[in-house]
Design a protein around this ligand. Sequence first.
Ligand SMILES: [Mn+2]
Length: 376
Amino acid sequence: MLHLLHTADWQIGKQFGQFEPDEAALLAEARFRSVESLAALASAQRVDLVLVAGDVFDAQGVSDRTLLRLFNSMAGYAGPWVMIPGNHDAALSESVWTRAARLNAIAPNVHVCLTAEPLLLDGPGVAILPAPLTQRITHADLTEWFAGADTPPGMHRIGLAHGSVQGILADGIDSSNPIAAGRAAQAGLDYLALGDWHGCRQVDARTWYSGTHETDRFRANDSGRVLQVRIAAPQAMPDVQPVSIGQYQWLGESAQLQVASDIDALLARLAAFGPADVVQFALSGRCDLAGLQRIRDAVVQAQARARSLRVDMGGLRIEPTPEDIDALQADGYVGEVIGDLRAAQGVDGDDGELARDALVLLAGLLDERRAREGAA
Ligand SMILES: [Mn+2]
């Protein structure tokens, strides 16, 4: 029985520039932590090896410290790790891998396959056929040689590649590196471990994308997992079980507000976010000023509980009710301006957006002023 873990797309050193600096630092840190969790799992399960199917590093230019830290994060599993470069960390003549070698960062139990030749691991009885990327983008299928590769009889044949299986994946892939559909069967592989697709996905009975170990985008379905693969004997069908390993879940949420109860439902959803959640929330529809205030209060509370919560109100139209306007105690000239802004919100494009922003700003100022006067 061969027992292995399959992971990919660690993207170590990834910067999360769209987040606040403190959030970005934690998200970057989680990518190391989840490698540690993976190593601990490999150790606890006493697997025969761990496959890492490319994009270990997010960029060639990661710092020496980041590079060294990554290999330190793997120390919890002393068995064989087998990894290939992907498009983000391609094995160029000068690369993150040549630097890692110079820094003596790579432990003897870590096999980095920089060339397309079989790697034989006698202990577990496995022949690994790797398809390392030596440039960021290729238009040739680097797994082409698998079928013709001789491996010792009685050994497992495992493929390791990074790219896009042709004809099954839609958009959203960051690489055009093609892999022929049906490669595992055609090349007589027990299993083909793939990287590049950040969600966990089965391609065929012997071919899987593990997805990234730690989610790094809002559209990566079923990510934050590692695949536990068991193969009873050479040529037997693999048993593949996804195991959750990631620290954070990324949630792309949206809500359309029409009636008052929609706001209640939104508040309940906001209240449910916790420290493992990275949330992007898009609001659309319409609400009044009192509703807007409730939403803002709830967002502030939720932001203190979630790892990250960003709310996009760009699609939300603010419609003050007569009660809202009365509550602002804005009569005369200011009252007329509010009426004008309400009407101008209906204009498409920048002017409508400007009117909405102005209305919300004005309402906020009037509200503050009223609060101050009330306190005085
Ligand atoms: Mn990739």
